[in-house]
Design a binder for this molecule. Sequence first.
Ligand SMILES: [Zn+2]
Length: 367
Amino acid sequence: MRQLIDAFGGPAARVKERLVGEPAYRSRRLQFSSGGEIIMHDDVTVAVVLHATPTEFAPYGFDLPPWVPGLDKCATLTDLKAAIGAPRALGGMGFVLDGAYAEPSFKNNRGWNDPGNLLSLSITVEAPQRACRPEDDDCPTCSDLLVRGAGPGGGVVVDRTIAALSSAAAAGLITESPRWVPLADLQTLHASHLMERVESQLSCTACKRIICLTLYRASPPTLEYTVFNEARQRPLEAIPPVEQWGDGLRTAQDRDSMHYVDHQPGSWFLVEQLGSLFLEARYWRNSMVDSSALIRLDQAETDSYRTGGHGYLSDLVGRIDKSSPHTKESPYFQRDLYRGPDSAMLSKSFAAAIVNHTWIAEQRRRT
Ligand SMILES: [Zn+2]
């Protein structure tokens, strides 16, 4: 560490410190006017970043050539491959270096084939796809949404944190996942004691971290930042029916929303809303790419479903798939509600209706 600080021309020009999540860890960033940066979590070094371009604390950017011969500020991904000469890491654009990882970042997350776009090179202990980037500890969009208690233990102030998350979501800065407990239901469900743990998940539009706010029946609430793959594998029991925990208003709201009816794993889901049936049919655009269409069953189809049941729907989905519903020639092209103006709202209501029945939901109940 001392050698690294000396090599960066230390001492640090700026030190930034903050608590991240709850239970919290202390993130400490030592930033050097040479363009080097060291990031520590609770006094353990987790990342070393070489900023190739000027930053607030380094007017000229890091002088790469003496450190990595063959690299300079104009390096493209091809130059990086040649200069670093290490195996590529799975996913992302990085390299495996002595059991750690070197991940370049480029302007606007693209432009790696053109000179002049290299922003930085991060050396991290954890694989970039498996853990949040330490640089995102300070994400200006999502790092200040947790409201901590004033006492020595701190902890999450649940109602104020939910208010902060809700207003960030309303402003479009973070996105609530319909595949978890809605933020608006989190406290009511927790108070009902029907679930061991209730969790809402929201993703940051800027840094892509997933914020997981969790209330437990028997322990203090937590707020953790995770990556997509880790977030989707977190445990969640089936969410009980609204009548068991919602107040009058919430129950009335639920009467008007979509409800799960039936599904065929990997192929279709059927939901009902105010007497109408909606079928989400999976189809294949080609042998590699699949997609889904949302069709409101007409009277004849509804009658056939009443008599033919599950088997009739599987046949219907087969016909929808064969007709290539992504092409105008298909009779289902016009009927696909996911092509219409309400598509975003519909897919959100639909995801909420099937929240307990997806493959992922079955997996997370097992963990
Ligand atoms: Zn963020």
